[in-house]
Design a protein around this ligand. Structure first.
Ligand code: SAH
Length: 216
């Protein structure tokens, strides 16, 4: 396992300053970014860029999300200790670790078998223990729900209906909505089952795809 030395810690502090400058305010989120060694979640070809505020390839045609994006989505979720969170798109597991660090109980689904297996091996070694699932995020995990919060970490062309059903009343769902680029949306499920929608800034994600990819 890679070492978390003074160099990495110093670079991480710089990254923290950068995301604060970009507008992240939640101290829980900032502390999580400051604590988690992002370089350990990266593909070996890109470790030297771990503290650059950008997305990088992690294999299977996917990316580890940009730290600012991870922080932005986590802040919108407004996690309270013990919240049950369904995450769509485990990927490298970096966002999963951030959610656990801010106190969530995490259920994470990944459709790419290789990434699912890698995260399932790696995260527990780092002390992070979400429930991992290989499957299609469009279907969610009805038997484990309902969830306090739902987070989609891939660009969704539309709001997945089945996920709305798995959200508690008063629950929040954060979705990057759109095909080529995405608008960050936050939905709140109201008492009567209807949804309140808030729109935030534009981001760029890999697409949320249907079905499960069993081989690479
Ligand atoms: N949050 C992760 C991954 C971001 S990339 C990180 O920062 O590392 C988005 C991930 O969503 C990819 O790993 C992709 O394979 C996965 N994905 C895309 N469509 C999906 C679906 N329908 N169900 C589950 N995972 C999906």
């Amino acid at each position: 396992m890679l070492n978390d030395g003074f160099k990495e810690q110093g670079l991480r502090q710089q990254l923290v300053k950068e995301i604060i400058k970009k507008g992240i305010k939640s101290s829980k989120v900032i502390d999580a970014i400051a604590k988690i060694p992002r370089h350990m979640f990266m593909d070996s070809a890109f470790v030297n860029f771990a503290y650059v505020d950008k997305a990088f390839p992690i294999g299977s045609g996917q990316t580890i999300s940009q730290p600012y994006t991870v922080a932005f989505q986590t802040e919108l979720l407004d996690i309270k200790r013990g919240d049950k969170v369904l995450e769509i798109g485990t990927g490298s597991g970096y966002q999963t670790a951030i959610l656990l660090e801010v106190g969530a109980k995490v259920f994470s689904i990944e459709r790419q078998r290789e990434l699912f297996l890698k995260a399932q091996q790696f995260l527990p070694k780092m002390g992070y223990n979400p429930q991992f699932f290989l499957g299609d995020g469009y279907i969610g995990k009805p038997t484990y729900g309902p969830f306090d919060k739902i987070l989609i970490t891939a660009g969704a062309p539309s709001v997945p209906e089945k996920l709305i059903e798995q959200l508690k009343v008063g629950g929040l769902m954060v979705i990057p909505l759109g095909e080529k680029t995405q608008i960050m949306i936050r939905l709140t499920k109201l008492e009567d089952g209807s949804l309140k929608e808030e729109r935030f800034e534009e981001f760029s994600f890999v697409p949320m795809l249907k079905g499960t990819a069993l081989d690479k």
